[in-house]
Each structure stands twice: as C-alpha cells, then as structure tokens.
Design a protein around this ligand. Structure first.
Ligand SMILES: O=C(O)CCC(=O)C(=O)O
Ligand SMILES: [Fe+2]
Length: 361
C-alpha cells in the first residue's frame, strides 16, 4: 500500500475555525451579548464580538443583544401604534388583508397564517411591511417599493409596496421610525456575521444593497393553559426564512426555542434587550454551519402579548450559494441554489396557503 493511499489519510475534518467552536452538548439557555463593540473603530473589539456571535450562531442559533441602540421611546411608540391598529374593527383591518396585496404586505387575521403545517393556524394577528423611506410617510394608501427598483435589489418574486391603514394619525411614522432603527442594527450585524464566518468584514455589502427586510407587528391573545389546543398556539413551531431576525418582545413571555434534544427552552423577556435568531437563508448560505433553530410562541400570560420581529435577508435577486468557508469534504453543499426572493416567496406561499382565496392558488 502506498503511503498516499486515501484510506491511510486522517478523516477530513471541518475547518479548525468551525471545529473548535462547535460543542457536542445541546444548549439550556440563550446567551446575552453586548453589541456595543459593533460600532467600535477598533477592529480587535469587533473581532471579539464576532467570536461571541459565532459561538451562539453555531451552537444555539439564538442570542439576546443588549445596548442594541434602538431607543426605548421608538419602541414604545411603535408598540402603542400596533395596539391602536389591532384595536380597530376587524372589517377595517380586513381592508388591507394580506391576501389582497402584492406579496404579503398588510394585515394577517387570526389563524390566517399556519407556520407549522401540522397545526390549524396561528393564534396571532399581524401587520407586515417591507422597506420604505421615512420621508415618504404621510397618510394611508399604497407606497413605493424600493426592492422593485432595477439593479441588485430588484424585487423579483417579492416585488410590491407597503399598504397602510387609513385614519390612524401617526401610525405610519411610528412604525417606520422603529423599522429604520431596527434596520440600522441589522446592517451593523452583517459585518459581524461575515467576520464570524472567516470572511472579509464587508463581504455581505454588495448582497445587501437594497433592503430585503420584512417587519411585522404581532398581537397574540392570551390562551388558557388548562384548555390549550396544541394545534392552535400563538405561532406554531417553525424556523425563520431570512438570514436573521431581530425581535422585540413585550414582558408577557411565551417565546420558546427548541434545543437539539427536542426540549423547549424559554426565551424569557429581558428588559433592554432584543432577541436575534438565525433563519434558513443563513442555514443555506453557511451549509448548516449556522443554526436555524425551531421556535414557537404560546401566550399563557393571561394578558395580550405584542412583539415586533424584523426579518433581514440579502437582496432578493442574490443567489443563496454556500459560502466557501463552509463547504469541506465531509460537508458538500446541502441545498439547491435559488434566489433569496424566490426562496422567501415560496416559504410565504406555504405559510398562507390554507387561508388564501381560491383565486390566489
Ligand atoms: O412573537 C414572537 O416572539 C416570535 C415571532 C416569530 O417567531 C416569527 O414571527 O417568526
Ligand atoms: Fe419566527
């Protein structure tokens, strides 16, 4: 046998940056990370922060961020705006039913969404928007769609502007103010994820030139824990569709994250933090190096629960190709390559299929 026979060579291993970080045991709690250094001019500080994010992204898929920079007053105003919207009569909200609009903008009624296909529908209502400039804010109606512009951000399958409720003064301004603050945080996170993947810090810049970021205001009515219907919980077990989600949640609690042993770990609300979790676009980009962790919500608090997720992906016309630092002999590409827009649209189509009018199917 020659000394170069492949059977005598050591088994191929993941690159050391990954092998050193991945732990064998599952997680029991969700790390809290101070994100202040994201805005530091000192590369060493940014690198250390990226290392913490890498650890959580590989082993948990969830982390809390403190010192995230979204002003408390901006959060409060957006939550109050959401409460006013959800308090409108159903007939008013249904005027901007998500099924009437181009590509999932507007109002989602209770049980209209079904994130876990084994369920009957999710016990929450929502209001969805995509990117929109703040200075366009005025009144109601349909607004411009920046993702539909020619160029790298072309919307493709996800093209379509926002729709706004009529007769809610200040609603649009408060919602867009929060959107832009959370969006700025998301833009600051991409370079950290790049460093975490051993890529140049600005690697995602040309893939995030036009913002593919969907934000939702969510309202979960309380559920009586003694009469819980497992098929109609606040949001059924699911993974998110984009690269990462920035979630503000109120103090009611109810968000749970599934660890690799199948146990549901509570993502207890921590004042002054947002929760960040990785989604399926990142699982695709990273060939499953980053975890897209299943989660769900059951509002057992006895109170109305409100939350605001912002789902941040790459430009819709960018191909979700496995990043070279994440492909190695033991782990060839796991996924079919498609554009981010086609991918998100296919997931949304599946989520809303059971409530779509027959003419949409
Ligand atoms: O409301 C929450 O806490 C989580 C929402 C969520 O998981 C989602 O909208 O994808
Ligand atoms: Fe989610």
């Amino acid at each position: 046998m020659s000394s170069t026979d492949s059977s005598t060579l050591p088994k191929p291993t993941p690159p050391c940056w990954l092998a050193d970080v991945r732990t064998e045991s599952t997680f029991e709690e969700i790390p809290v990370i101070d994100v202040t250094a994201a805005f530091s001019s000192d590369k060493k500080e940014r690198r250390e922060l990226a290392d913490r994010i890498r650890d959580s992204a590989i082993n948990v898929g969830f982390f809390y961020l403190k010192n995230h920079g979204i002003p408390e007053a901006t959060i409060t105003a957006a939550v109050e705006a959401g409460k006013r919207f959800f308090a409108l009569p159903e007939s008013e909200k249904m005027k901007i039913d998500i099924h009437k609009t181009a590509n999932y903008k507007g109002y989602t009624a209770l049980l209209a969404e079904n994130t876990d296909v084994t369920g009957n529908g999710d016990l929450h209502e929502g209001f969805d928007i995509g990117w929109e400039a703040k200075d366009l804010a005025s009144g109601g109606a349909v607004t411009e769609d920046r993702c539909g512009e020619a160029g790298n951000g072309a919307g493709g399958a996800m093209q379509g502007g926002n729709v706004w409720p009529e007769g809610l003064p200040g609603f649009k301004e408060a919602v867009l103010e929060y959107y832009h603050a959370a969006f700025a945080l998301g833009q600051a996170l991409f370079p950290l994820f790049a460093l975490a993947l051993e890529l140049p810090e600005r690697w995602f810049d040309d893939k995030t030139t036009n913002p593919a970021a969907i934000m939702r205001l969510l309202h979960y009515p309380p559920q009586d824990p003694t009469k819980l219907n497992e098929k109609e919980i606040g949001i059924g077990a699911h993974t998110d569709y984009e690269c990462f989600t920035i979630l503000w949640q109120d103090p009611c609690g109810g968000l749970q994250v599934q660890n690799t042993s199948g146990k549901w770990v509570d993502a207890v609300p921590i004042p002054g933090t947002v929760v960040v979790n990785l989604g399926d676009q990142f699982a695709r980009w990273t060939n499953d190096v980053f975890k897209s962790t299943p989660h769900r919500v059951i509002n057992r608090s006895g109170r109305e629960r409100y939350s605001i997720p912002l789902f941040f992906g790459t430009d819709y016309n960018v191909l979700l190709e496995p990043i070279e630092t994440c492909v190695y002999p033991d782990s060839p590409p796991h996924y079919e390559v498609m554009t981010a827009g086609d991918y998100v649209k296919s997931r949304l189509d599946a989520t809303y299929a059971h409530s779509a009018p027959a003419s949409n199917i």
